[in-house]
Design a protein around this ligand. Structure first.
Ligand SMILES: [Zn+2]
Length: 66
């Protein structure tokens, strides 16, 4: 009994899924939606508060209006 090629592919897919689920998640302070860790935030993940540039801009605009 040897594992088939399909079996191996399925195993690989399952591993990938688990890895993705283990990524840290934060809630965007502007749109209140969860966003997952991205490579570009590797260095400053602790400081990341917004899911996108758009949201960070929105927050800046909101603050400058006050
Ligand atoms: Zn957002």
């Amino acid at each position: 009994m040897y594992p088939t090629k399909v079996d191996r592919q399925q195993n690989f897919k399952a591993l990938k899924k688990v890895k993705k689920q283990n990524l840290p998640v934060k809630i965007c302070t502007v749109c209140n939606r969860p966003f997952t860790w991205r490579k570009k935030w590797k260095k400053n993940w602790d400081e990341v508060k917004y899911c996108s540039k758009r949201c960070s801009k929105k927050q800046m605009m909101c603050c400058s209006l006050r």
